[in-house]
Design a protein around this ligand. Sequence first.
Ligand code: SF4
Ligand code: SF4
Length: 386
Amino acid sequence: MPRVSVTRDGRTTLTAFDQFIVKLHSRCNLACDYCYVYELQDSGWRARPRTMPAAVRHRVVRRMTEHVRRHGLRRVRVVLHGGEPLLAGAAVIDEFATAVRRSVGAAGAHVQLAVQTNGTLLCDDMLDVLLRHDICVGVSLDGDQQAHDRHRHRRGADGGERRGSHARVAAALARLDSPRHRRLFGGLLCTVDLANPPRETYDALVAHGPPAVDFLLPHGTWDAPPTGAGGTRAPYGDWLCAAFDRWDATGRGVRVRLFESVIGLCRDGTGSSSELLGTLPAAVAVVETDGALVWADSLNAVADGASHTGTNVLSHSFDDVLALPGAPEHGIGSLCPTCRSCPLVDVCGGGLRAHRYGRGGGFANPSVYCLDLTRLIRHIHRRAAR
Ligand code: SF4
Ligand code: SF4
C-alpha cells in the first residue's frame, strides 16, 4: 500500500515512492499509431538522449538508494522502460541491474526488477541477461495477428510500407515460455481496441501462456477523446464486460489485474493494483533518459509539458518531487462534485487522472470513461454478488 498523508477534506498526497520507472532508452523500433510517448501531445522525447548516459544511471541508483534509506522502505519495484528499453543493449541493462541490486538491495529493500517491452528484441542472449538478474518481463500484445498489427507496426524502411510486429512478438513469447526462461514471464499488456472482438482477444492472449494479463484503455481526455469514449454509450465498458465474462467462464486461469482490482475494491475496499481505479495514488516515480523526473506518462495526453516537473535526478532527490507545490492531489477530496457524490467513487476513484482532463475544467471532471467504468464496475459487482 502506498505511503500517503490524508487531509481532513479527503485529499491524499504521497509521502514516498515505492516504484521507479527508469527509461533506459527514449526511442523505439516500432511506430505504434496510439503510442503514449510519440503520438500524444508531449514532444519532450525529441530533445532527450536515446540511451540514458552512465552518469545519469549512476545518479538514479544513488537517488533510489537514498530514498529507500530515508523512508525505511522494505520493498521497491524498479521497471526498465522506454521507448523500447531493450534498445539500450544487454551491456547497459547488465550494468544497471547489477548496480540496483547491489546498492538499493544493500539499503535494506527487497528489489523487484522488471522490464516492459514490445517483445521484438527478446532474443536468447537478451533473455539470459534478464535471467541473470531475475528481471520479470512484461510484453505488450494486443491479441491475435490482426488485432495486434492493427496498431503495432514496424517502421517501413525509408518511409516504405509498415509491417506488423506480431510474428516477432509471438516468437519471442515462445522463447519466454520455454522451461529455461518461463519464470521471468510477468504477463501481457493489451491496449483495448473496439475493433478487436473481446472474447477472441482474451483467448489470443492466454494462448501464449502468460501468468497475468492486463488491459489498458487508450489514453485521451475530454478535449481529445479516444475513439468511442465520452459519448452517451459505454463501448469500452461493454468490451471489458465481455472479456470479464470470458475470463470468468474459463475459470479465471490467469490473473487479470483490472478485474481483480474491481473485485477487491467492491468486496472490501482493499487497495487497487490498477492505476485506473481506486482512491489511493500510485507511488510511482518516472525518470527520463536525461534524468528528468516527470509525472505519469498518461499526462502526455493532456498537453505538451503536462508531465514535466522541472526536476532532474542530477540536481534533485525523489523527495524534492514529492514536495513540489504542483504535485498532483489524489483521494476523493480532490475529485469534482459529480465524482464525490457518485455511489461508485470508492471503487472507481474517478479513473485515471489524465482521463478527467478538459472541457475548460482542468482535472475537475469525471473520467472520459465514466460510463464505461460504471458499466464494468456494476457488472462485476453483480457477478460477484451472485
Ligand atoms: S512499442 Fe511502445 S514505445 Fe514503441 S511505439 Fe509502440 S507504444 Fe510506443
Ligand atoms: S468517473 Fe464516473 S463512475 Fe467514476 S467516480 Fe466519477 S462519476 Fe463515478
